[in-house]
Design a protein around this ligand. Structure first.
Ligand SMILES: [Zn+2]
Ligand SMILES: [Zn+2]
Length: 239
């Protein structure tokens, strides 16, 4: 059976399988696969790689028949490393959640591809009191988080989770948010009424916000400004 990965045409074959826009990953894989090919040439037994693709921001490699332990270890290493390499340029990167779609991109490739698109329009004017009235006191008519637009998706996810908790524990839980704001790059969530399960969600939001650019939502790379922390990624801080 012919291997899906063509050992005689590694580059063309990787481009066809992964998409030529994943240049960073292709350039990272080529020398490693070249090594595997050199070893296989001696024995004449080429590993059958039946598929290589991207899933949830990470490489997936499927092999046809069992490969040697050495090749298996090498393939596992490549898969793990792909999670921290920009698929476009190969620079170090973190996996980004773009409206539920996971993609591993460095800060500048993220900006080149997703600037403005990453922040859903619907989130820009999120009014918690209107969208989730059960999560605020009865006398609160409007509660709009005072934060940069880059944090809107994570606030949206967190508030949605709290709303889910309320629905799951109908009548047993009282969760009321009184304020959500950003102060010097840190997220502050004030609760009028809370519960340990809601505090877990708040802690997650605060930790995620600590690593998320307040402007563009890029996760995993923020810079400390000269005088104070503004909570921005290198591209937003420089622009
Ligand atoms: Zn990149
Ligand atoms: Zn940014």
């Amino acid at each position: 059976m012919k291997s899906t990965l063509d050992w005689d045409n590694l580059e063309g074959s990787l481009e066809a399988l992964l998409g030529s826009h994943r240049r960073g990953w292709i350039d990272f894989l080529l020398p490693e696969f070249d090594d595997i090919r050199s070893r296989a040439r001696a024995s004449g037994d080429y590993p059958e790689i039946s598929n290589i693709f991207e899933k949830f921001g990470k490489l997936r490699v499927y092999v046809g028949h069992p490969v040697s332990d050495g090749d298996r270890a090498m393939l596992d290493k490549l898969v793990c490393m792909s999670e921290f390499l920009c698929e476009c340029c190969g620079n170090s990167a973190r996996t980004q959640d773009i409206s539920g779609y996971l993609v591993t991109l460095c800060n500048s490739c993220y900006h080149a591809q997703y600037k403005d698109k990453s922040v859903p329009q619907i989130s820009r004017g999120l009014d918690i009191a209107r969208r989730y009235p059960a999560l605020v006191s009865d006398n609160v008519a409007s509660l709009v988080p005072s934060i940069g637009r880059g944090w809107m998706p994570l606030i949206n996810r967190g508030v949605n989770k709290m709303h889910g908790l309320l629905r799951c524990h109908e009548g047993e839980l009282q969760i009321e948010i009184s304020d959500i704001r950003e102060k010097l790059g840190t997220l502050k969530v004030s609760m009028a009424r809370s519960h340990p399960v809601a505090e877990v969600v708040v802690d997650q939001m605060v930790r995620e916000a600590d690593l998320t650019c307040v402007e563009c939502s890029y996760f995993g790379q923020r810079v400390r400004g000269k005088r104070e922390h503004m909570g921005m990624c290198p591209v937003c801080d420089g622009g």
